[in-house]
Write a protein that binds this ligand. Structure first.
Ligand SMILES: *Cc1c(COP(=O)(O)O)cnc(C)c1O
Length: 607
């Protein structure tokens, strides 16, 4: 971490040696003022803000219709029945508070398990205050301010990933799963329209576009066909797989294209999150339509494999509904080469006129777009991949992961409004007064504004840029590198997956020439030793990489210790190093303590 000139001057001014105790580094100040702190260090002034929130909320009620009179009198409150009920509430709240003290302490730097950690204070405050006013962002009738804040927060995210705030759009969701589905539904809607337009042009004896090419024709062709044949929306229905009776539509398509129409495929790297299985399931495409693209030895989508898969799809006359790439894989935190995926799709568009929808699942890694791309910890692949998100059609990004925002906060973003506002189904009883209203466009109906407000307040305090979030996330990657370095030398049997890019470490415990089944069992034992019923010293998670999805990674990685392949799986312990205080110098040396704990487990428990 570099020290700014002003900071250096300050320390130079202070003659005493203790100056370094008085001033921490500027990056640390940002951090320390942004989170509550593992020991609730910031609680005094945060409590003041919370009190202010409640005071303002009470005052709001009192002031609004003040002449209406009170509904609950002092006398009511004095009645024994009332007092008793009050006592019951207090007691039950007490019970609840005691129970919640057993909750997973994900705020602690000792929690390095799943993709969750300390939430930021602005995010927490934004969340709490929204609950008090309880807007429902389904429409402007139930949310006056909430929907405007959502608009602004969406712009903040659009800006962060590099989309234009003029032409892009999006909304907040309950998480990445729903956001991914939002992307898939829009890709499918576009696909259905283009296919139908292609079919109609065939019917008019225009044979320029076959079935496959029709599905990928692009908006220009679509608009041309609609103009040439003066088609209104309903004219598409006989060939529209989402409008007409599917059995009839398929028959019509067979006839007009003179072939067996077999439906689309969805191309997803084998490192996919299981939300994609759900999306395909919900859309009723059939699991068979879900085509996995091989990963390389680093666990990233393999570009030659993607090309091969696309060519196969073409030969089998299975048009791709969408190609998905992942920024920050759930298992390893890897970046698919999004730039290379997009370059290939651009090439197909130029050379063959195929417009293929590219969705980036950046549920985990999206916030890494705030990094200083020149920073040492940013790999070449990561810089290029994150920089290419702006060229994809749509993005999933989860503020409740690397955005340090409380659940539930996910977001779906689209580069192009035409592709975002895809749906016209407007419920007759809701009055949609302006385009900020996303009700008709969202899968979810009633939606809390809390996720959007948390993100908004966070963006306006710490900033979604290299000086704000970027700095915090850069530190998490530095912490990962440091911890990885420590573990590498801690014990010869610790085998660290060598291609980590972000802030996730994975490793297993294996001996030379050992059967994978044996080392998997040992790794599991270590995981279990970290996870006793009580008193976790550290919280870790585990993952199982399976063949054939991870063939190349498993072969390449396990060859380091000449593993014998007696099973199709590789079990790994997984550490998500995203806690902002994991490597601050004032408190416990967590990286060092973790290393010692791991060594102890290996040497005492595995005899
Ligand atoms: C977490 C995650 C999801 C799902 O997001 P939820 O918010 O848990 O619904 C999807 N894709 C990736 C890559 C993820 O890491």
């Amino acid at each position: 971490m570099t020290i700014s000139p002003t900071e250096a001057a300050k320390s130079a001014d202070t003659t005493s040696d203790s100056s370094s105790d008085l001033f921490c580094e500027p990056g640390d100040i940002a951090l320390k003022s942004f989170f509550l702190g593992p020991q609730a260090e910031n609680s005094p002034w945060v409590r003041e803000i919370l009190d202010d929130l409640f005071d303002a909320w009470f005052a709001w009620r009192k002031a609004l219709y003040s002449s209406d009179g009170r509904a609950i009198s002092e006398r009511d409150m004095q009645t024994p029945d009332f007092m008793q009920r009050r006592e019951t509430i207090r007691k039950q709240v007490g019970t609840l508070m005691r129970r919640l003290q057993n909750e997973v302490p994900s705020f602690s730097p000792r929690y390095i398990g799943h993709m969750v950690t300390e939430v930021s204070m602005p995010a927490l405050i934004g969340h709490i205050v929204t609950l008090l006013y309880n807007p429902n962002n389904i429409s402007g009738e139930s949310s006056r301010v909430g929907i405007l804040i959502e608009d602004e927060a969406v712009r903040d995210l659009l800006g962060m990933v590099g989309y234009s705030t003029e032409t892009g759009s999006g909304h907040f969701t309950s998480g990445g799963t729903v956001a991914n589905l939002e992307g898939a539904l829009r890709a499918r809607d576009r696909f259905a329209k283009w296919l139908a337009a292609g079919a109609i042009s065939r019917r008019y004896n225009d044979k320029r576009l076959n079935m496959f090419d029709s599905c990928l024709m692009g908006w220009e062709n679509y608009d041309r066909i609609r103009f040439e044949y003066q088609l209104n929306d309903d004219d598409l229905n006989p060939f529209h797989i989402l409008k007409g009776n599917p059995v009839h539509v398929y028959r019509n398509l067979d006839q007009v294209f003179d072939m067996d129409y077999a439906g689309p495929v969805v191309l997803v790297p084998e490192n996919k999150h299981y939300s994609w299985n759900k999306a395909v399931d919900i859309m009723g495409l059939g699991e068979e339509a879900f085509v996995g693209v091989q990963t390389d030895k680093q666990g990233r989508m393999c570009i030659p494999a993607l090309r091969q898969t696309l060519e196969n799809c073409r030969q089998r006359q299975r048009p791709p509904l969408m190609v998905v790439s992942v920024a920050g894989t759930t298992e390893l935190g890897e970046m698919d080469p999004i730039h290379e995926v997009q370059a290939m799709l651009d090439e197909y568009r130029e050379e063959r006129g195929w417009h293929i929808w590219h969705h980036v699942d950046a549920a985990y890694g999206g916030f890494l777009c705030s990094l200083d791309m020149e920073a040492e910890v940013v790999s070449e692949n990561m810089r290029l991949a994150l920089g290419a998100i702006r060229r994809a059609n749509s993005v999933t990004i989860d503020p409740h992961k690397l955005g340090y925002v409380p659940y539930a906060s996910g977001a779906f973003l689209c580069r192009n409004r035409r592709e975002y506002f895809y749906r016209k189904s407007i419920a007759p009883y809701i009055n949609f007064v302006n385009v900020s209203e996303r009700g008709p466009q969202t899968i979810e109906g009633s939606r809390s504004a809390a996720g959007a407000v948390s993100t908004w307040l966070t963006a306006r305090t710490i900033g979604l840029n290299a000086e704000g979030y970027g700095r915090i996330l850069e530190r998490t990657i530095e912490s990962r590198i440091k911890l990885e370095g420590l573990l590498r030398t801690a014990h010869p049997q610790i085998r660290i997956f060598p291609h980590a890019e972000t802030n996730i470490i994975t490793f297993c415990i294996a001996r030379e020439n050992e059967a994978l089944g044996v080392s998997n069992a040992r790794t599991l034992k270590v995981y279990e030793a970290f996870s006793p019923d009580e008193n976790h010293e550290f919280y870790v998670s585990k993952t199982t990489l399976k063949r054939p999805a991870y063939d190349r990674l498993i072969d390449d990685f396990t060859q380091n210790w000449q593993a014998v392949h007696d099973t199709q799986e590789l079990v790994l312990i997984r550490l998500t190093v995203m806690n902002p205080f994991f490597d601050t110098k004032d408190n416990l040396d967590y990286p060092g303590a973790f290393k010692e704990k791991l060594k102890e487990i290996i040497s005492t428990r595995l005899r």
